[in-house]
Design a protein around this ligand. Structure first.
Ligand code: GTP
Ligand code: MG
Length: 303
C-alpha cells in the first residue's frame, strides 16, 4: 500500500524479497546495506537463527531521493524461505507494493523455485493483492555456481508473464542494485499509471495464525541482529539509481495518485499502517512465546 504524505511531499513504498530457502534474499539486503553508493539507509534489522536462516524477516528502510518531484522512501523486507514459516511470509506480504522473487538458478532448485512462486501467488491473493498486477521482478541468483539452468530455461518455468529479469550473484554483489532499481522503477510505474492491485473478490485476511511457527527447533536459538551486514566486504556498483532517476525528467509519476489522496484518505492509510504494525508486533510476541516454550521443552528433554 503506497503511503503518500502530501504535507511533506513524500511517498513510502514497500518492497518484499521472496523466494525459496537459501536462495539469497538476506544476502541481497546485506549487500544493499553495505553499498556506500546507496546513501540514506536506516539500520538493517535481521531476525535470524544461529545459522543465519531468517526466522521472521529482515527489514531496512531507505530514502531514494527525489523522483518526479516527490521524496521516495522504500521499506525493504525479506521473508523466511523455509516452508514452515508460511504464516510469517503471509504477514510480511501485507500491503506490499512490489516483490522481488529471488530464484536459485541451480538446476536442483527447479522444484523449490516453482513451489515458492506458487506460494507467493497464494499468499498475495490471501492479502487481496493481484499477483498479475503487483510490481514483480525476477532475480535469477547464484549465477556464479556450476549446474545452473539457462535464463531461457528459467523463464520457461518461472516467467510466463514476462516480468523483468535480472541475473545476479548476490554473494558478490552482482545484480543486486540492478534488481532493486528495476523493482522500484516497476512500483513507480504502477503508481504513475494508477494501477489498482487490490483483488476485490478475495475476503479480508483474518488475524494472523502464527501456530505454523512451531518449526523453531534446538538449533534455532534466537538472534536479533541489527547491522548483521556491517562486517562483510561490500560491493560497489556504478550509478545505483541511474535508471530510476530517468523518471525525474519525465511526467510526474505521482500526479494522479496525489490528486486522489485527500487528508481523510491519508488518515485512513495511516490507520491501516498502524493496524498492520500492531498485528506484526502481536504476531512476533506470540511467536517469541512459542519459541520460548519450545526452547524450554527441549531443555527439559535434555535434562
Ligand atoms: N554461490 C552463491 N552463494 C550465494 C549467493 N547468494 C547467497 N548465497 C549463499 O547462500 C546462502 C543463503 O543465503 P541467504 O541470503 O541467507 O538466503 P535466504 O534466502 O535469506 O534464506 P532464508 O532466510 O532461509 O530464506 C548463504 O550461504 C549465502 O552466502 C550467490 O549468488 N552465489
Ligand atoms: Mg534470509
Amino acid at each position: 500500500m503506497v503511503l503518500i504524505n502530501k504535507a511533506i511531499n513524500e511517498v513510502t513504498v514497500k518492497l518484499v524479497y521472496y523466494g525459496p530457502g537459501l536462495c539469497g534474499k538476506t544476502t541481497n539486503l546485506e549487500k544493499i546495506y553495505g553499498n556506500p553508493k546507496l546513501e540514506n539507509k536506516g539500520k538493517m534489522i535481521s531476525m535470524s537463527t544461529e545459522t543465519d536462516r531468517t526466522l521472521f524477516f529482515d527489514f531496512m528502510p531507505m530514502e531514494l531521493g527525489t523522483i518526479g518531484g516527490q521524496k521516495v522512501r522504500v521499506q525493504l523486507y525479506t521473508v523466511p524461505g523455509q516452508v514452515f514459516y508460511d504464516a510469517t511470509r503471509k504477514l510480511v506480504l501485507r500491503g506490499a507494493d512490489g516483490v522481488v522473487f529471488v530464484a536459485d538458478s541451480q538446476s536442483s532448485m527447479h522444484e523449490s523455485n516453482t513451489d515458492s512462486l506458487e506460494n507467493l501467488k497464494t499468499n498475495l491473493r490471501l492479502n487481496r493483492i493481484d499477483p498479475d498486477k503487483i510490481a514483480l521482478v525476477l532475480q535469477y541468483n547464484k549465477r556464479d555456481l556450476p549446474n545452473v539452468d539457462s535464463v531461457e530455461e528459467m523463464n520457461a518455468y518461472l516467467n510466463p508473464g514476462n516480468a523483468p529479469v535480472v541475473e545476479a550473484s548476490a554473494i558478490n554483489g552482482t545484480g543486486v542494485t540492478a534488481t532493486l532499481r528495476a523493482a522500484v522503477a516497476k512500483i513507480l510505474d504502477n503508481l504513475k499509471n494508477n494501477v489498482d492491485t487490490t483483488l476485490y473478490d478475495e475476503p479480508e485476511l483474518s488475524a494472523p495464525d502464527m501456530s505454523a511457527k512451531s518449526g523453531v527447533g534446538a538449533s534455532s536459538a534466537f538472534k536479533t541482529d541489527v547491522n548483521r551486514a556491517s562486517a562483510r566486504p561490500e560491493p560497489v556498483e556504478e550509478d545505483p539509481f541511474g535508471a530510476v532517476a530517468v523518471i525525474e525528467s519525465s511526467d510526474n509519476p505521482f500526479e494522479v495518485a496525489a490528486e486522489i489522496h485527500d487528508p481523510a484518505a491519508e488518515r485512513g492509510e495511516l490507520e491501516a499502517l498502524l493496524s498492520g504494525a500492531t498485528s506484526v508486533v502481536r504476531a512476533l510476541e506470540e511467536a517469541l512465546e512459542n519459541a520460548r516454550r519450545h526452547e524450554a521443552d527441549i531443555r527439559a528433554r535434555l535434562s
